[in-house]
Design a protein around this ligand. Sequence first.
Ligand code: FAD
Ligand code: MLT
Ligand code: ZN
Length: 461
Amino acid sequence: MSDSRISSLQAAVPTLRLLTEPADLAHYGVDWTRRWTPAPLAIGLPASIDEVQATMRWAHAQGVAVVPSGGRTGLSGGAVAANGELVLSLQRMNKVLGFEPADRLLTVEAGIALEAVQEAARSHDLQYPVDFAARGSCSIGGNIATNAGGIRVVRYGNTREWVAGVKLVTATGELLDLNRGLVKNSSGYDLRHLVVASEGTLGIIVEATLRLAAPPAETRVMLLALPSFEVLMEVFQALRARLPLEAFEFFTDRALHHVVAHGAQPPFEAVYPYYVVAEFACEGEAGEVQVLSAFEYCMEQGWVEDGVISHGDTQAAALWRLREGITESLASHLPYKNDVSVRISAMPAFLARTQALLTAEYPQFDVVWFGHIGDGNLHINVLKPADMDNADFVVECDRVTKLLAATLAEHGGSISAEHGIGLVKKPYLESTRSPAEIAVMRGIRQALDPGGILNPGKLFD
Ligand code: FAD
Ligand code: MLT
Ligand code: ZN
């Protein structure tokens, strides 16, 4: 069965590079979740839009499920292929196609890495401000499909803000050129925005036209050790009022423990409950004075247990490593990830309630908190106790997430802030979206993919 489908695909798209070796199937069938056993039919590595279109026409005609695949750094199982799907990896479509200075628009193939886009922007003295630790491996197609956030959302917004145009190949192989880089376009539904956060269920993103921005002249990074979350929120408001914030991130003592165990330098002699890494634009001497006086203000309020301001790129990078290294430092523990959001104003109440519930019901779990606090986005990672077997752990984590979902509903939050729903959070979608909203989403999916071949089983069944 599999073999005849593969030869049929190869006959339909003779130039398409196809991989079928077990090692390749295992490699391309998983993302960072590592929870499902990979079992794809084959891996297609198209090199052109024509090949993507021809492949989709074939898949639609044959009723073969297709998993669009980027850098596979996703944390919700969206790029997992565990049911005999054809994985369509965009990794060979990774070129910069053009830059238009008057528009400040960069056009790229969808398989290009985020970091390569950032570098291309820098080469024009501009910046592409979406940024996070997976920058070297994740792709722009994957960023758009998940509406990736990261460490600079507080200043620049999510990926959605930076997508000026998308070329999409539909399930039936049609090419849609959506918005074409226009700033203003009130000519009906903005289908480009439907593609953002669609998690590979509405089409294959093959090209993107991205907005670029002027970068800050210089920046400074501040690390602050704080006694409580209430103080952390005071510090956030004080710094936001006094400085041009570029980032405002937090982590707890448990996160610091893991990142230091993984090789980072401890920042201070003592350990404190909460830490903030904040970055500010800081121009010349006036900027320096502004940063220093904001720092002093926080000290004078009695909020800060210890703190440091970076001098130079090396120190700034070392401070950022404490925050950006957390995901990697937890990876070997196979953490169960929760990526939730509430309004910033609801955060103290949500955090206090969740911490109390988790401590009361799951005292045996190492729960690691960190995240994009300036955006109301908390990452709550539950680590498996050494003496608990995998199956029991998954059952327990499911209970934790149910508890979180109920608490989020009380606080008007979302079960996925930036990682997407994928497979991991599919059972909890209804805690965030109403039945009427989900029905509309299903209708949209049906309109674009009548055969239901694009990433089936992801987002919703
Ligand atoms: P993949 O994992 O390959 O796929 C993700 C989803 O997009 C899947 O549903 C897939 O089907 C779909 N998809 C991929 N390419 C296409 C395409 N061309 N067309 C249509 N659909 C497609 N995420 C954040 O938002 N913020 C963070 O701060 C952040 N930090 C991270 C740090 C680390 C160390 C790691 C490992 C991950 C982090 N992530 C973060 C998660 C992840 O990097 C993002 O979700 C990223 O956008 C995924 O991109 P990708 O190319 O790896 O996508
Ligand atoms: C982060 O903010 O570091 C990422 O979203 C990754 C994670 O949650 O582990
Ligand atoms: Zn994050």
